[in-house]
Design a protein around this ligand. Structure first.
Ligand SMILES: CC(=O)SCCNC(=O)CCNC(=O)[C@H](O)C(C)(C)COP(=O)(O)OP(=O)(O)OC[C@H]1O[C@@H](n2cnc3c(N)ncnc32)[C@H](O)[C@@H]1OP(=O)(O)O
Length: 425
């Protein structure tokens, strides 16, 4: 951030276990998951009854019934009820954007402290009625007589009763995120083996992180969910190789349930503050928020749907005069193994960097041993609105453990956007 008046401290994160959809949290709402998460964070940081400057939360698949989600969550969180809150939605970049907004408010001195976070549940989708039925119901309600009402009721057709709910499909192309990514992996010539290898490594790293105790600090208020359930310590490349392609079912298809994220339910949040706030409250600073950037691609005209982080990262590096190699950690959201690999290949391509990013040469390769070192979304799961805060919390913890350094976060989103950020210590 340029002209930043003060540094923004990341004090710590909290999340509930991320679980496969339609299982442990199948009767749990976004609001309940977020309340549980914030309660955990509030307790961990001794903030019970305290008023914070602001709270920003969001979910992608949220119901209009939860129109004031963030404020409702704050009221159930144990914070002072005078703490304000607001909702944000930027698809899978939602909670990285909430972190950005809270950080900006702290940086310019509007607030001293705040919580950012998000959640999502595919088990509790906002199921609505078809528009046609909604309009007929309004007409019935406005009918002036019993006869008129009856005639309007009789206009309801069985097809009107089909439920309507959001899907993982881009409305402007009619293709799912997976189908779009199949196009990207074909364009970038990413093999099935490369994708399975990346997925395998994500599970191995996450399982190792569990053994090391890195994820021992999850808050587990729901008795039936005590740990992340998607990570598989027993995955092998042979098992992954046997899975059938799901988005392009022909022989050319390379994307499977093993190298794509599973539908996931979960929530996460991060506490941010000025250095003064951290000091006054005896809260150790894990890392500092340096900057964030968002970009978008015109996927309707043929750009790769999930390639926008390549643009956002290039802009942010230029602003700070950094190279892609100037990082100790890379937290790259693994929506699909093929999308991560397409992004890495694009940064390595002189032609792409010249034509799309306007650079003289390629950004180059990253040291893959520094990428998603505690596992990524393929192994940990991807509750859309929660992934950003999970990556911020993970990276802040890694920088804290290391004692110094810099980390890059890169998240691709539906609608062809990318949200990225730099943390440092
Ligand atoms: C910006 C963004 O983030 S975009 C991303 C947004 N998210 C998405 O688009 C979600 C993408 N994911 C999906 O659509 C679905 O999860 C799918 C289609 C990939 C898979 O769905 P399902 O077939 O229901 O997956 P399911 O979990 O049942 O797995 C299928 C099989 O693969 C197996 N499998 C999955 N992962 C692994 C693994 N790592 N190792 C071994 N086996 C595995 C399962 O055990 C299961 O086997 P079984 O049928 O013998 O029980």
């Amino acid at each position: 951030m340029q002209n930043q008046s003060r540094r923004v401290a990341i004090i710590g994160g909290q999340r509930i276990p991320f679980v496969r959809s339609f299982r442990e949290y199948s009767r749990t709402t976004n609001q309940e998951m977020l309340i549980a998460t914030l309660r955990g964070l509030v307790k961990k940081c001794n903030l019970e009854g305290r008023m914070l400057g602001d709270v920003s939360l969001g979910a992608v698949m949220t119901s209009s019934i939860e129109w004031n989600l963030a404020r409702e969550v704050v009221q159930g969180s144990g914070l002072d009820a005078h703490t304000p809150a607001f909702n944000v939605q930027r698809a899978c970049g939602t909670s990285l954007e909430t972190v950005n907004l809270i950080a900006l408010k702290i940086a310019v001195g509007q607030i001293d402290s705040g919580i950012a976070g998000g959640s999502d549940t595919n088990s509790d989708l906002p199921i609505m009625v078809q528009r046609a039925l909604a309009w007929k119901l309004i007409d019935i309600n406005n009918a002036k007589s019993f006869g008129e009402r009856l005639s309007k009721i009789l206009r309801i057709r069985p097809s009107d009763l089909k439920p309507a709910y959001p899907g993982i499909v881009e409305p402007r192309t009619g293709l799912s995120m997976g189908q779009h990514t199949e196009r990207m992996v074909k364009e970038w010539k990413i093999s099935r083996q490369e994708q399975d290898q990346l997925a395998y490594e994500s599970h191995v790293k996450a399982a190792r992180a569990y053994q090391e105790g890195f994820y021992n600090d999850l808050v587990t208020p729901f008795k039936n969910a005590t740990r992340d359930t998607i990570v598989r310590g027993d995955t092998t490349l042979e098992k992954l190789a046997k899975l059938k392609p799901v988005f392009d079912k022909s022989e050319a298809g390379t994307m499977t349930a093993g190298n794509s994220t599973a539908f996931t339910d979960g929530a996460s949040a991060v506490l941010l503050g000025s250095e003064e706030f951290a000091r006054q409250n005896n809260l150790p600073v894990q890392a500092y928020f340096k900057d964030a950037e968002a970009a978008a691609v015109d996927y309707v005209q043929g750009a790769g749907l999930l390639m926008a982080p390549t643009i956002a990262v290039a802009r942010m590096l230029r602003r700070h005069n950094l190279t892609l190699q100037d990082f100790d950690f890379y937290e790259i959201h693994e929506a699909f193994a093929g999308q991560v690999l397409s992004t890495l290949k694009a940064w390595e391509s002189a032609e792409y960097c010249r034509k799309v990013l306007g650079l003289e040469k390629a950004l180059g390769a990253i040291d893959r041993s520094k990428m998603n070192v505690k596992g990524g979304s393929l192994a940990l799961g991807h509750p859309f609105g929660a992934t950003g805060a999970r990556t911020v919390a993970t990276l802040a913890k890694l920088l804290h453990q290391k004692g110094s350094g810099r980390g890059l976060i890169s998240i691709c989103t539906g609608g062809g956007m990318g949200v990225v950020a730099i943390l440092e210590r």
